[in-house]
Design a protein around this ligand. Structure first.
Ligand code: CUA
Length: 483
């Protein structure tokens, strides 16, 4: 048998490989090109007798063939072929369903395969453009329906199991404000959506992996699908509607948790690197390091950052709501504590070396307990009480990010242990006695006298704005106790 010289034209490498595999050594493949231009540039000795064109490459329309026909080529034949797995369709000249290489070779030789005109079952269905659509038999359709029902039942079961597991995980600390209600309700809804989506993806994936895995020595390609418009519309509309519903519920929830309440008490919250202060303008209390609140009293938190370039965030996990404190931008938050207890404000914006220590005590007290606390704050203090309050202040102000009370000299700033009333070696070579004046100056003007071995410019220089004279005195009383 003389071998025909064959040229393959396709933009798909898989098509070219498939045809070469089908032809084996029964034809002389002179080349595989991706377009007519390349075909025309072939040297004369490699000019083909047969061109096999990928019918599924829309760029290779028959009309483009005209300039290619070499004037001297007398018996050039062009065959349009579609490959679909191990099935092949030869267009224009023959139509072959479930064909093998014999059919292609017959087509190569210009022979026709007779297909009885009434035998439609052996012929793949075609859409008006002549493209082959999915070849599907009624039994296959029944199979798809069966798989779909099984998968749907599995998705429902897996969703239920996932929900039971998810609902047993304590995601959040027990709620402690009225504002927690809408937040927790929305989270529960999200968990349902998450359980369903997780099940949908996992069940479809694992089912396909196990049920449609390769059987025996079948190494053919899978079925060829051209897409499914109904399915694509469905999986676009359902998520779109779901997201719209969630955004509506989110907007309603946001309005609920930010709404003004009757009889609000104003508390001013100030954040700085790295601590918190709370003032109660209606009660005449300034700069408390703790946030004490009466239970069931609606609170309007007016918040600001004392820093010029650092954002902090007010977050008490049990309160659910949180809010950034942005330099130059006053922000607000509304909370109505619903149970007494001790909580912690955590800074929830990564703000620097003291971020971890940027905590503040929150005590929700009954009204009587709160009134007692307010009176205590206003009373004249003994030195011990002042030292106690100073300790609370430095712990709440992030100072321990750089200083320690253990005597370890390795901190970013000097240790406080034994700091009071000693001779201090300064970086400029002079010495100074650490009396009250020196300690106070070191807090409000930290770069004035740098202790030998430490670096200037590290300690915030705005403490004069943050602390009152009384509070500075509380801290010094506390330092005196650190013998
Ligand atoms: Cu302030 Cu993190």
């Amino acid at each position: 048998m003389t071998q025909e010289r064959v040229l393959i034209v396709s933009t798909h490498p898989l098509f070219r490989d498939g045809i070469i595999r089908l032809l084996g050594d029964q034809a002389d493949v002179v080349g595989a090109v991706t377009n007519w231009q390349e075909a025309q540039e072939l040297p004369a000795e490699r000019r083909p007798q047969v061109i096999i064109v990928d019918h599924d490459s829309p760029e290779l329309k028959e009309a483009d063939l005209a300039p290619l026909l070499w004037p001297d080529a007398s018996d050039l034949r062009v065959i349009y072929v579609t490959l679909a797995g191990d099935k092949m369709v030869v267009h224009e000249r023959h139509q072959v369903a479930g064909a093998g290489e014999a059919d292609l070779l017959r087509a190569l030789r210009g022979e026709r395969q007779e297909i009885p005109p009434n035998d439609q079952s052996s012929r793949p269905p075609q859409d008006p453009q002549g493209r082959m659509t999915r070849m599907e038999k009624p039994s296959q359709r029944r199979n798809y329906t069966r798989h779909f029902i099984i998968v749907s039942v599995l998705v429902v079961i897996t969703t239920a199991i996932s929900l039971v597991i998810l609902s047993r995980i304590p995601w959040m600390l027990p709620p402690a404000t009225a504002q927690a209600g809408p937040v927790d309700a929305l989270l529960s809804l999200h968990l349902i959506a998450i359980a369903f989506l997780f099940s949908l993806v996992m069940v479809f994936m694992l089912y396909s992996l196990f049920v449609f895995r390769r059987q025996g020595d079948d190494d053919g390609d899978g079925d060829h699908f051209e897409g499914n418009t109904k399915l694509e519309i469905t999986w676009t509309i359902i998520p779109l509607v779901t997201v719209l519903i969630f955004s509506y519920l989110g907007a309603v929830g946001l309005r609920q948790v930010t709404a003004a309440q009757p009889n609000e008490m104003v508390v001013e919250a100030t954040a700085f690197s790295f601590g918190w202060q709370f003032s109660y303008p209606e009660l005449g209390l300034q700069n408390s390091p703790k946030l004490n609140l009466p239970v069931n009293q609606p609170i309007h938190l007016k918040m600001q950052s004392r820093d010029t370039d650092v954002i902090h965030n007010f977050w008490v996990p049990e309160f659910r709501v949180k809010q950034d404190l942005v330099p130059g931008v006053p922000t607000e938050l509304r909370i109505t504590p619903t149970r007494t207890g001790n909580f912690l404000v955590r800074c929830d914006e990564l703000c620097g070396t003291g971020h971890t220590y940027m905590l503040a005590e929150v005590n929700v007290l009954d009204q009587a307990g709160f009134d007692v606390w307010v009176e205590e704050q206003k009373a004249v203090l003994s030195p011990e009480q002042m030292a106690q309050r100073g300790e609370e202040l430095v712990n709440a102000s992030g100072c321990i990010a750089c200083h320690n009370i253990t005597g370890d000299p390795g901190g970013i700033g000097p240790t406080w242990k034994g700091m009071y009333n000693h001779e201090v070696q300064l970086a400029d070579g002079s010495t100074v006695v650490s009396d009250e004046e020196y300690l106070k100056r070191s807090i409000i003007d930290p770069n004035a006298q740098i202790v030998a071995g430490y670096n200037p410019g590290l300690m915030p220089a705005n403490y004069a704005d943050l602390f009152s004279e009384e509070q500075l005195q509380y801290m010094i009383e506390y330092f005196k106790t650190l013998e």
